[in-house]
Design a protein around this ligand. Structure first.
Ligand code: PRP
Ligand code: MG
Ligand code: MN
Length: 185
């Protein structure tokens, strides 16, 4: 693994394991979307790193594939999430009549992805599916299961490959568990 970040206690998924699985899922999606001109939408910021690997793993490249990004932020009073999600389509692509594939780095409570999927459906997308690098089913608060999922993980504090803790660690090429001393005050 080379040099491990000093705040990483354990590597959950190595770069090699990630690459292998992302290739597999990418090829599966490419086959499913070969004739659908997919509109691939990544959730900022976390999904960017995974999305970059995933779209290049979609072989053969589906004709007419387009990319856009959505910024989602949950808002609510205090520490308890209201479950409401505000969203902004970054590139302004119209999803009406499009086959939308939403890309997430992780589905945790499921609130973000569920809200986005519902929004794209309401906007008249021809189909809406979800692909996520990680899923923590034990944390689900709303019903939301990825149509494509690379890895199911336990409820551990993970960072890397887009996942942050206070905006740090997104660029790590592996999924690692953060050491408690790096987040306990
Ligand atoms: C994280 C993650 C997912 C979402 C998952 O994003 O990237 O988008 O939370 O959580 P949920 O299933 O409970 O909704 P975050 O809001 O931290 O923003 P970020 O992607 O910019 O880090
Ligand atoms: Mg995110
Ligand atoms: Mn985050």
């Amino acid at each position: 693994i080379g040099q491990l970040h000093p705040c990483i206690g354990e590597v959950l998924l190595t770069r090699e394991v990630l690459q292998e699985r992302v290739s597999e899922v990418g090829r599966e999606i490419a086959a499913d979307y070969a004739d659908k001109q997919p509109l691939v939408i990544g959730t900022l910021k976390g999904a960017v790193v995974f999305m970059s690997d995933l779209v290049r793993a979609m072989e053969p490249t589906p004709a007419g594939l387009e990319l856009d990004f959505v910024r989602a932020s949950s808002y609510g009073a205090g520490t308890v999430s209201s479950g409401k999600v505000a969203l902004t389509m970054v590139g302004g692509t119209d999803v009406k009549g499009r086959h939308v594939l939403l890309v997430e780095d992780i589905v945790d409570s499921g609130r973000t992805a569920a809200a986005l999927l519902e929004h794209f459906s309401a906007e008249g997308a021809a189909s809406v599916k979800l692909v996520s690098l990680l899923s923590k089913p034990s944390r689900r608060a709303v019903q939301c299961e990825p149509d494509y999922q690379c890895f199911e993980i336990e409820d551990k504090f993970v960072v890397g490959v887009g996942l942050d803790y206070r905006e740090e660690y997104r660029s790590l090429p592996y999924i690692g568990v953060l050491k408690p001393e790096c987040y306990e005050s």
